[in-house]
Design a protein around this ligand. Structure first.
Ligand code: MLT
Length: 410
């Protein structure tokens, strides 16, 4: 008799974005002519940078000839991509990261979800609330939590409330935690933590022998000079933090798939017998066992963004999205709504009007404005009463969406 992993039964029926897609397709079925504007899932809409297309075309051609064909590549990624990442994002910014501390993957979602496998089941997990659902769901699947309680919290998880009252900078936990997930710029709130705020977390991790799992998937969207792009800009972080980065939002790779995880060899955690072990070696072991490397063609496309031309193209796309963010943010404010984020991230986090619950606002916006957004509560109990809009739409539909919202009364 085969038994299932019953931890899966603790999870709500479907993943947030699958639930949204389901509701939208039900509405579309009933209203086939509805002109729906989708500002829900944070999926890019601009084509890949031209440099990436050219590099991938060249790589495809290489695959067509015996002399240049590639089979399995290094599981950790090709040196040409690792070196470009290391130089551009770390060495040139004064951060000491070595090539064998960078692991290329098929995207940050996989890495953020898989990283928990190298930690003990008995660890206590802290997550900011609201936050990208992958961190919590994967820990539930692994059995690192109890059941879902009526108030929307999972038993045994330490939730770090992040809301307008604390300026989206959660307080340190009052009980000891082992693994801390931080997402900065934050998905979904679009807000960031300052160097001083991050230092507080690094100091906590050092004092409490905890590990910070730092998701910086949106780092390329930071516009304010003082906001840290990497956790390793913070003194002491090289001993306690793992960092996740992605090409998805940086360079439009949501469908192309490429990301990476940085694990400095100085980041260690204890075994039960008290001996200390570098997480780098554990992750390397896992990566080599379960992953055969990101496709050569894709890695060539990713590496191309680190040329001067590539950087200019990436920046142009990001500016386009951030202009959408400005239009949404200012449009919402002009309509009398309270909105956060949208300055260093492509997400705008709005307070639902008239005290509406997140899913009620979702339905109203869909049924009356034909606009799809993401209910804040889908990112955690503290997201109740909030709603997320993304800046990844095209300009024209973004402007139309704002116009429609302005005309609605709630
Ligand atoms: C989101 O909408 O939060 C993102 O698209 C999810 C993701 O990056 O996986």
């Amino acid at each position: 008799m085969a038994y299932i992993n019953e931890n899966y039964l603790k999870l709500p029926g479907s993943y947030l974005f699958a639930e949204i897609a389901h509701r939208v397709s039900a509405y579309k079925k009933e209203n086939p002519s509805a002109d729906i504007i989708r500002l829900g899932i944070g999926d890019v809409t601009l084509p890949l940078p031209q440099v990436s297309i050219a590099a991938m075309q060249k790589a495809v051609e290489e695959m067509a000839h015996k002399e240049t064909f590639r089979g399995y590549g290094p599981e950790q990624g090709y040196p040409f991509l690792i070196e470009a990442i290391r130089k551009h994002n770390y060495t040139d910014r004064g951060i000491n990261i070595a090539d064998d501390e960078i692991f290329i993957s098929d995207g940050s979602k996989s890495d953020c979800g898989n990283i928990q496998e190298i930690f003990s089941d008995n660890n206590t997990v802290a997550i900011t609330d609201p936050v990208y659902p992958v961190y919590l769901d994967t820990n539930v699947m692994a059995g690192r939590t109890g059941s879902l309680m009526e108030d929307g919290h999972f038993e045994g998880v330490v939730y770090l409330a992040s809301n307008a009252e604390n300026n989206f900078s959660p307080a340190l936990p009052t009980k000891h935690v082992d693994m801390i997930y931080l997402c900065c710029p934050n998905n979904p709130t679009g807000t960031t933590l300052s160097k001083a705020e991050l230092k507080k977390w690094v100091d906590y991790a050092r004092e409490n022998d905890s590990i910070i799992l730092f998701d910086a998937a949106y780092a390329a969207y930071i516009s304010e000079p003082d906001v840290p792009r990497s956790i390793y800009e913070i003194e002491g972080a090289l001993d306690v933090a793992v960092e996740f980065r992605s090409f998805s939002k940086t360079a439009g790779f949501t469908g192309t798939r490429c990301g990476y995880t940085v694990i400095p060899k100085s980041v260690t955690a204890k075994a039960k017998d008290g001996s200390r072990h570098p997480l780098n070696a554990l992750w390397n072991r896992r990566h080599c066992t379960k992953f055969n490397g990101t496709a050569y063609i894709i890695q060539r496309g990713a590496a191309a963004i680190y040329t001067d031309e590539g950087q200019a193209q990436v920046k142009e796309n990001i500016s386009y999205y951030m202009e959408n963010a400005r239009i949404i943010r200012e449009g919402l404010k002009a309509a009398g709504l309270t909105a956060f984020g949208g300055i260093n991230a492509p997400y705008i986090w709005l307070k639902t009007p008239s005290g509406l619950k997140s899913w009620d606002f979702f339905d109203k916006l869909l049924y009356r404005g034909n606009i799809v957004g993401t209910p804040g509560v889908g990112f955690g109990p503290c997201g109740e009463g909030y709603f997320r809009l993304t800046a990844f739409g095209d300009r024209e539909s973004t402007e139309r969406a704002v116009e429609r919202i302005t005309k609605l009364t709630f």
